[in-house]
Structure formats: structure tokens, C-alpha cells
Design a protein around this ligand. Structure first.
Ligand code: BTN
Length: 270
């Protein structure tokens, strides 16, 4: 694994110039930017440091799923967060914060209308364009020493994994934009947007904005709490902490802090 980064290509240096980014590392090939960022965080990387990779050989998604991406076709990076003690109760909103930042960039830069498939997959016209993986050494702590916010955005159409290799239909940003998208400039916009909202995890507006973009709100969905069970419910919204609120056909409401899989009911179960 490359740990210390390489001299970044000029277009990355130019794009990130002038951002109040404490430090960043570019790696052309790495197992996963999560691994590189974790090693760096253990060695002292501060809030806002990031590792961006051209290629990941073992990119990972939520629930142990692989994250597949052709070299140079996706924006793949991990941001190091150093949560403050007072953020403890709100850290479960970090996935919404990151998903919202992606949505806002897509809205502001291209006038797109993304949705968030709870908790944090970003969809364009019902297909997944970006995923987020948050990892942290909790070990019983109220506030972990650091959090690794891993973001993968399919940018070029070559980034779209073949049907059958993903568990949800995928798309790429350039399938929705009139002109090619620069990966480094996208990262610049995203970092700025993430930091506009970074210290507002507890703000009610964050929850409102997340809920306003929730995919399938008010609709029937299939929910798999684990790999072996699936039930249907109506997706109602979010709780204060960003957990999912659903209503069963019996009328009973349930709160789900996490799920293995969520799908719209209008699609047939595989
Ligand atoms: C998901 O959709 O399940 C989450 C995908 C997260 C992918 C990103 S790419 C950058 C970072 N490094 C990884 O190995 N995963 C995340």
C-alpha cells in the first residue's frame, strides 16, 4: 500500500490550490483509500486531511460489499474527521452530511435533482451515482479518535459496473451532464461544500435537507435488516439522529438505526 502519497499530477495540484486543506495525498494505486487514510490518521492526520486515489485494488462498500471502479473513471477519496467531544450525539448524522454535500454539488454545479437512498447512497434518476462508507475506531468511545469518510462517485460512464456485479442499478455523473467532468475540480467543489456544513451536524436544517432528498419517502419499500430477512414497510422519514422511520402494514412504527439493504417495492425482489 502507498502510504505517503506521490507527487500529485499538475491538474490535481492546481484544482486543490488555495483550499484551506491541512494536507492531502494522491496515490495512483492503493488497496483502498480507507486503508491509507486510516494509517495516516493513526500517524496523526488532522481534521480535513484527505487521500485521493486514481485506482483502488480492493475498494470497499458498506456491508462488506466490494466497491468496483475503473482507474481514473471515479472520484475515490477518504476524508479524515476528528470529531469534537460535543459532536458525540450527532455523529450518526455524518453519513447524511456527506450525502448532502454530494447532492448540493450536483444541484449547484449542474442543476441536477439527486436523491438519497437511506442512509447515504446518492441517486440520479433512481440509479446510484455515489456511495459513502464511514469507518471509525469506536471501541465503546462516545467520540472516536477519528472517522474516515470514504466517498466514491462514478464520474465517467466507464465507471458504471456491469449489471449483475452490483446490487443496485448504477449510473455515472457524465451520463447527466452536458460536458465532461474534471475529477480534481469535482473534489475541490465537494471539499468546499463539506466544510461549509462540517460543524453543523447538530443543526435541524441538516436533518431537514437530508429528509427533503430522501428517495422513496412515503412509498412502500423492501427492508432487509440482515442478509436473511426481508419485510415490507412504508418509508416515513428520519429521527433526530438520522435513523430511518418506517411504518409496518399493522400501523406499527419502527426505527432502524441501520439496514443491510433497502429497495423500492416497485422493483421486483431478485
Ligand atoms: C457503498 O456504496 O457501499 C459505499 C462505497 C464507498 C466507496 C468509497 S471509494 C473511496 C473509499 N475507499 C473505499 O474503499 N471505499 C470508499
Amino acid at each position: 500500500m502507498h502510504l505517503h502519497g506521490e507527487p500529485p499530477p499538475p491538474e490535481w495540484r492546481q484544482a486543490l490550490r488555495g483550499l484551506p486543506l491541512p494536507a492531502w495525498r494522491y496515490v495512483s494505486r492503493v488497496t483502498s483509500t480507507q486503508d491509507a487514510a486510516q494509517a495516516w490518521a493513526e500517524a496523526g492526520a488532522g481534521e480535513g486531511c484527505l487521500v485521493v486515489a486514481r485506482e483502488q485494488t480492493r475498494g470497499r462498500g458498506r456491508g462488506g460489499r466490494p466497491w468496483l471502479a475503473r482507474p481514473g473513471a471515479s472520484l475515490t477519496f477518504t476524508l479524515v474527521m476528528r470529531p469534537l467531544p460535543q459532536e458525540g450525539p450527532w455523529l450518526s448524522r455524518a453519513s447524511g452530511w456527506a450525502a448532502l454535500a454530494i447532492c448540493r454539488v450536483l444541484e449547484e454545479a449542474w442543476g441536477l435533482h439527486p436523491h438519497i437512498k437511506w442512509p447515504n447512497d446518492v441517486l440520479l434518476q433512481g440509479r446510484k451515482v455515489a456511495g459513502i462508507l464511514i469507518e471509525a475506531p469506536w471501541k465503546g468511545a462516545k467520540v472516536p479518535r477519528y472517522m474516515l469518510v470514504g466517498i466514491g462517485i462514478n464520474v465517467k460512464v466507464e465507471a458504471i459496473p456491469p449489471e449483475g456485479r452490483v446490487d443496485f442499478p448504477a449510473t455515472a455523473l457524465e451520463a447527466h451532464t452536458p460536458a465532461p467532468v474534471s475529477l480534481p475540480r469535482l473534489l475541490r467543489q465537494l471539499w468546499k461544500t463539506l466544510y461549509r456544513w462540517r460543524y453543523r451536524l447538530s443543526h435541524p436544517d441538516l436533518l431537514k435537507a437530508w429528509e427533503a432528498r430522501l428517495a422513496y419517502k412515503g412509498e412502500e419499500v423492501w427492508i432487509s435488516p440482515d442478509e436473511t430477512h426481508t419485510f415490507s414497510a412504508r418509508l416515513m422519514g428520519l429521527t433526530e439522529t438520522g435513523a430511518l422511520r418506517v411504518r409496518l402494514s399493522s400501523g406499527e412504527e419502527r426505527v432502524l438505526p441501520s439496514v443491510h439493504r433497502l429497495r423500492p417495492k416497485r422493483e421486483a425482489l431478485p
